[in-house]
Design a protein around this ligand. Structure first.
Ligand SMILES: C[S@@+](CC[C@H](N)C(=O)[O-])C[C@H]1O[C@@H](n2cnc3c(N)ncnc32)[C@H](O)[C@@H]1O
Length: 214
């Protein structure tokens, strides 16, 4: 089966049919998203989400954030996300932006929180996107990066093999990204559970940066 045929089948499935399939293979989307939120909340101020997808994380995040901008390169994915978010109930204001995350269309230090969930293994150049996320994060802001754990990737390999396709992997998980934050003033934490890895980091405040330069 070709990649576009597999994709067409996936898009016809409803979100709940797809989640039921994931559960049969051992990945509980609801439990994983709940686990991520428990580890990363609160997400203060204006939140930028990289990789809207079908809106799995966005629908939940909308209940806790004040204001969200979500970005994806694929307009079809955002259309599905809008529907899913509407069905999920009350939420904060959300702005949908279609753009390549390798070149974010905002100046430096634009967002209080920058988050990305289960998107990095789909990126051609994840390190470029990560650097862009750091660039648009305000001093003292919060960075959240979550992707599948090695066991999570095994489960998705099995699901996609069952469907006649393949699933990309994030080489070395989140290790390289955390290493890049081993800089003065950054605080990082890492969590594992529910087939996910999570990196939560706080950027140095403006004062810390000033001190460094005096
Ligand atoms: C698995 S989905 C995201 C899942 C979503 N965060 C959720 O919780 O349901 C990955 C998304 O990354 C998007 N994507 C891939 N490369 C991108 C890029 N360079 N810039 C922006 N979005 C990109 C894809 O279009 C896709 O919608």
């Amino acid at each position: 089966m070709s990649r576009s045929q597999t994709e067409a089948i996936r898009n016809r499935q409803t979100m709940s049919e797809r989640q039921a399939l994931f559960r049969r293979f051992g990945y509980d989307s609801a439990a994983s998203l709940k686990f991520i939120l428990a580890k990363v909340l609160p997400l203060p101020g204006h939140v930028l989400e990289i990789g809207t997808g079908k809106g799995g994380f966005l629908a939940r995040l909308g209940k806790y954030a004040d204001h969200i901008t979500t970005l994806d390169i694929d307009a079809d994915q955002q259309r599905l996300a809008k529907r899913h978010v509407r069905q999920a109930g009350p939420r904060c204001p959300i702005r949908y932006v279609i753009h390549d995350a390798e070149r974010l269309p905002w100046p430096d230090a634009s967002f209080d929180t920058v988050a990305s969930v289960n998107t990095f293994h789909h990126l051609e150049r994840p390190m470029r996107v990560f650097k862009e996320m750091l660039r648009v994060l305000k001093p003292g802001g919060k960075l959240v990066l979550s992707d599948l754990s090695p066991r999570g990737f095994q489960i998705f390999d099995r699901i996609h093999r069952f469907e006649g396709g393949t699933h990309p992997r994030l080489k070395h998980g989140l290790t390289g990204f955390r290493r890049l934050l081993r800089r003065p003033g950054w605080k990082t934490r890492r969590f594992k559970g529910c087939n996910q890895e999570i990196l939560v980091a706080t950027a140095p405040s403006a004062q810390t940066k000033e001190k460094k330069h005096t």
